[in-house]
Design a protein around this ligand. Sequence first.
Ligand SMILES: [Zn+2]
Ligand SMILES: [Zn+2]
Length: 271
Amino acid sequence: MIVDYHTHSSLCKHGEGDVEEYIRKALALGLDEIGCSEHMPMPDGFDLRHRMSLEEYYTSYAPRVSVLAEQYRGRIAVRRGLEAEFLPGADDWIEKFIEENDFDYVIGSIHFLGDLRTVKPLFHVEYAEHEIEQLHTEYFEAICASAQCRRYDIIGHCDLIKKFGVRATPKIEEACWEALKAIRAGDIAIEINTSGLRKPEHDTYPGIKVLERARELNIPLTLGSDAHKPEQVGLFFDKAVALLEKFGGGRISLFEGRQRREVRVSRFKAA
Ligand SMILES: [Zn+2]
Ligand SMILES: [Zn+2]
């Protein structure tokens, strides 16, 4: 059994292709399940450059995913996912949106630090050297808080902050460990996100160091490419499966109707 639970489409405004092209790619690769996990709509036009509006979600994305799930039934399971934000100040909105929709799973990702009013973006921005340690610490504190709110099934790209440079000070390590303990306490899975292998970091999110700690805590693992183009579906999954074998006991978490079950992961042959 092998799945790709983290995919986008042209609706995220910085991706390419229709949802169906992602499904077809997954089918061609022999995946058992494909999850459509577009960025969630946010209130008051927040960050519309990287996400659909609420209207687009209800009139276009959600019905399209449902129709395709039906159309491909028996060939590949199409899961209704979501890449949700964790952002203090928008909690009620996020909570309500998740409650009102019928997802198979919800990924909680940190793309902004701070809160709705004082956002500190983690994309298309650079930070000065003296800010980096604090940035790492704040990031893991936000991951910790996102796990504690018990709103998400999967924590997305959980060490993404290393894109600003790998740092390992005692303060950062402590914040990371606390975040992982909160993930364990919340019985939440983390994804092995292969998108970092397409980027200058050349590493999965999370990398081996965090995965070693996750294994110590017996945190369930799942898999996502964070594809922003159809051809990125399943990319580097041969490497990810090797990590699932090593750090997840060869098990992968599957989700349906927000229920998790763990099964044996299949071998994956890179195309
Ligand atoms: Zn993300
Ligand atoms: Zn994503």
